[in-house]
Design a binder for this molecule. Structure first.
Ligand code: NCD
Length: 313
């Protein structure tokens, strides 16, 4: 049985396979309509979410499966003091696969130790968010055609932004990658991420506070929201929240083929006037999330669609 807790639980070849399956799902949706018939996905969300939870649910429904779950800790037995390990031990009896989001770093990993069904980490605190990374990688592949030799700028809250941590881990496996880390001093990339993925692999990187200076060199700009819920005090959030605002004027500094990604939700870090720029890929990215999650569910349930289709009842 496989879980997806950290993006590096998947090899680069497996990620290629997921991307190929997601592309095939877009091209031939009818082939997949019954693939998860009689299967159930449980979404256990102890933290707010729109895209991740709904795209998981839409993914399972489009595969012909069913979904159950909760979207707030307060409506689950966590409110009575139940541990995540006990919750998944029970839910594993009701569902075939579980997607879990939790405010505590490591909670899905703990859950996996007690689970009889595959656990997918749908975001754990300020740590990791591997299925957002699959979405990001799928989008980069569709928009740019490849991963090698890209200069990727990551901008905003690099400290608490879990999507950034997982994306750096994943991209650090491709050749010729270069990172430009754009953040205020207080929201710099944590050293555990920098050491484990960037320094250890000798990946060239630059750190800057200036988005304007970074923009001309980038193939991909990954914008992020300042993660208000992870701040210890509101004043710090208020001081840092407007650090970066991408506007049409700033987009003039960027290459004509640069793409702008954002895991969303956006607060004010990208002006809505940028949305009509063809380089703004974030809404296409959100849509891609459903297809890559369909591919992931199939992989973790061991279901192959095509000649070797297997249905488990
Ligand atoms: C991200 C998350 O939850 O980390 N959202 C998402 O899943 N698309 C980014 C964020 O909340 O800023």
């Amino acid at each position: 049985m496989r879980h997806l807790i950290d993006i590096l639980d998947l090899s680069a070849e497996e990620i290629d396979d997921l991307i190929a399956t997601a592309g095939d799902i877009i091209a031939h949706p009818e082939k997949y309509r019954e693939a998860c018939r009689y299967r159930k996905l449980a979404t256990l969300f102890f933290e707010p979410s729109t895209r991740t939870r709904l795209s998981f649910e839409a993914a399972m429904l489009e595969l012909g499966g069913q979904v159950l779950g909760f979207s707030e800790a307060s409506s689950s037995s966590a409110a009575k003091g139940e541990s995540v390990a006990d919750t998944v031990a029970v839910v594993g009896g009701y569902a075939d696969i579980i997607a879990m989001r939790h405010p505590k770093e490591g909670a899905p990993l703990v859950a996996a130790t007690r689970s009889e069904v595959p656990i997918i980490n749908a975001g754990d605190g300020g740590h990791f968010h591997p299925t957002q990374t699959l979405t990001d990688l799928f989008t980069i592949r569709r928009e740019k055609g490849h991963f090698d030799n890209l200069t990727v700028g990551l901008c905003g809250d690099l400290k608490f932004g879990r999507t950034v941590h997982s994306l750096i881990a994943a991209l650090s496996r491709y050749s010729g990658i270069r990172f430009v880390l754009i953040s205020p001093e207080e929201l710099k990339l944590p050293s555990y991420v920098k050491e484990a993925y960037i320094k250890q692999k000798h990946i060239p990187y630059e750190q800057t506070v200036s988005l304007e200076k970074a923009l001309p060199s980038l193939d991909v700009l990954y914008m992020t929201r300042v993660q208000r819920e992870r701040f210890f005090n509101e004043e710090d959030y208020l001081r840092l929240r407007d650090s970066y605002i991408l506007t049409p004027e700033k987009m003039r500094l960027a290459r004509p083929d640069m793409i702008v990604l954002h895991p969303l939700p956006r607060v004010n870090e990208i002006s809505t006037e940028v949305d009509s720029d063809p380089r703004a890929a974030y809404f296409r990215q959100a849509k891609n999330g459903k297809y890559i999650r369909m591919a992931l569910i199939l992989m973790l349930l061991g279901i192959r669609v095509g000649e070797e289709q297997t249905y488990a009842h």
